[in-house]
Design a protein around this ligand. Structure first.
Ligand code: UT7
Length: 391
């Protein structure tokens, strides 16, 4: 039977310490006015010593588990999307699994830049939709403050730290992921890069002297890419879900720059209230930004049961991803079938009918096959006898 992936829990964590634009004015040659007008950012949260990708992920995940009312020990899959893990090896997801005491749950990290959380969400849904797992924890976390060059005004004013997490549960009800669009343009891999976090530039004095261990970004190149793919990908995923832009209650985009979001909103012809923007509070938190925005939207009462959402990310790789999602966090029994939209009501009977047809065909074939066997051997023997007689 076709399974679906319901979102039943959500949580967020941001460090207590806030760095405002005015604080940054004292650190580099910048101004509150430049940062606000060019990016929409007013402040960002910065991890304290000892706070890492792992600790922030655990804090957000614990909230998500509490909302879903699932003990960590029952979680069957953990994916952490991040570009700033505690270590290159092991995966931070295994450390999160241990800290949560989600004993034995498979856990892996996923790296797709700022797009990572949407990639992770879509990946987890595949495991649930195939019936492989009954639930999953999907976390997006970023500890960018350790990788930012605090003397480079072109990047240090943009980024912040934080984490967002959701719990997905398998459901028989037609809900959750409706369609997705994932992509990458690796030819621009160097537009947003940590040059020294891998084998290309192993640790050395020279690497440090050249400041290659810090994040580098060609902002204009990424800006052009983002404004192109954001609206295109949303259009694609809405069409693939058999919806129209009017059916979408809220688009939750990656929070990199409010000008990028605004351009996409205009291209899509959406009213401002259908576009989630919270970049002013957190800056760009990369893989954490979409789940953080989702949790804020829920807390602000902007998402009602039955809503159609679109998550859309873009960033390092360069990559993009969008996912159309039906939001129905309640227990299946709590929603009378009569209240489902006609299209949703039809999905299950059609899936059931297709499965029944398929198994009837297989049954018939397995019953008829043995009856036909003597006929096949008689025909084969007849052919042989004819060949002999012709000779
Ligand atoms: O999350 C992953 C994806 N990342 C993104 O999507 C980021 C996409 N890019 C952007 O959001 C924008 O390109 C930035 C916000 C990074 C930069 O905005 P921009 O309008 O593209 O500015 P720019 O790089 O063209 O720079 C304009 C001017 C330059 O001065 P000149 O050459 O015109 O004299 C910069 O040196 O602004 C200057 N500038 C600054 N001035 C004050 C750059 N950074 C700053 C700063 N404060 N912090």
């Amino acid at each position: 039977m076709q399974k679906y992936a319901r979102m039943t829990g959500w949580g967020k964590y941001v460090p207590e310490r806030i760095l405002t634009n005015l604080d940054l004015e004292k650190m580099v040659d910048t101004s509150d006015e430049w940062i606000r007008t060019r990016t929409g950012i007013r402040e960002r949260h910065i991890a304290a010593p000892g706070e890492t990708c792992c600790t922030m992920s655990v804090a957000a995940a614990q909230q998500a588990l509490a909302v879903a009312q699932i003990p960590a020990s029952e979680i069957e899959l953990i994916i952490v999307a991040t570009s700033t893990p505690d270590y290159l090896v092991p995966s931070v997801a295994s450390m999160v699994q241990d800290q949560l005491r989600a004993t034995g749950a498979p856990a892996f990290g996923l790296r797709a830049g700022c797009t990572g959380w949407v990639y992770a969400l879509v990946t987890a849904c595949q495991f649930l939709q195939t019936g492989a797992y009954r639930n999953a924890l999907v976390i997006g976390t970023e500890h960018l403050s350790f990788g930012v060059d605090w003397s480079d005004r072109s990047t240090c004013v943009l980024f912040g730290d934080g984490s967002g997490a959701v719990v997905l549960e398998a459901s028989d009800q037609p809900t959750g992921l409706l369609a997705f669009d994932l992509g990458s343009e690796g030819s621009d891999y160097d537009a947003l890069i940590f040059p020294a976090f891998g084998g290309a530039n192993p640790a050395s004095h020279e690497v440090i002297d050249r400041r290659l261990h810090y994040l580098k970004m060609d902002g204009r190149r990424v800006f052009k890419f983002a404004t192109r793919v954001l609206a295109d990908s949303v259009r694609k995923v809405v069409a693939a879900s058999d919806l129209t832009p009017e059916d979408i209650e809220l688009v939750i985009p990656h929070q990199a720059n409010d000008r990028i979001i605004e351009m996409a909103r205009r291209k899509l012809g959406l009213p401002p209230e259908k576009m989630m923007v919270n970049i002013d509070r957190y800056g760009n938190t990369s893989a954490a930004s979409i789940p953080l925005a989702l949790v804020d939207a829920i807390e602000e009462g902007r998402i009602e049961a039955g809503a159609h959402l679109v998550f859309v990310g873009f960033g390092a790789g360069l990559t993009w991803a969008s996912a159309a999602f039906h939001w129905e966090p309640q227990e299946p029994s709590a929603i009378p079938v009569a209240d489902w939209p006609i299209r949703d009501r039809l999905v299950q009977p059609v899936a059931r009918a297709r499965t029944a047809l398929w198994s009837a065909r297989v049954n018939l074939a397995t019953r008829i096959e043995p009856l036909l066997l003597p006929l096949y051997s008689f025909a084969a023997g007849y052919k042989k006898r004819r060949k002999k007689a012709d000779k």
